[in-house]
Design a protein around this ligand. Sequence first.
Ligand code: S3P
Length: 179
Amino acid sequence: MQKRNIVLIGFMGTGKTTTGKIMSKMLGYPFIDIDEVIEKRYSLTINEIFRLKGEEYFREIESKTVNEVSKSKGTIIACGGGIVKKVINIHNLKMNGIVICLKADAEVIYKRLNINNEIRPLNEIRPLASDKSKEEILKLITEREELYNRADMFVDTSNESPFYIAKKIIVSLNLMKMD
Ligand code: S3P
């Protein structure tokens, strides 16, 4: 039987990309990061797309990319934090995949998003988080909570390393006999 995709969703700073890359190495599955696909395809950083074309345009191309990438098999897919804003995206991602939501405490997320912000390259600065206070981040997390709850499985990354989280997911998926 064809292997299912393992799809990582969750708020910014929950460790989707780092965990996904580790899982890809551990399982020997290819890794796709939706934001990276978009940046390569449009030759612009996510930050530039938001600045030049606006969020609505970004969400359109994000959905288009999700639709394409969802057709892969046996792939680890890391999504941008706002993927849940369009229900169709989760629907598409679930067609060939199990959707895992990485969570973390608001305080932890805020710290992770602000570490070294001033020395990070421009393409890594998140347009929806760079100028936000802790309260604003918390508000955004709360607003999206219900949307993230559409995932099949949830893992709290607040106090664990991405390596531990990757292993934990792999063990849980074996238990779930997903193949
Ligand atoms: C976004 C999250 C980002 C990126 C864009 C919008 C969001 O991805 O897609 O800046 O709306 O939460 P990460 O979650 O990988 O930072």
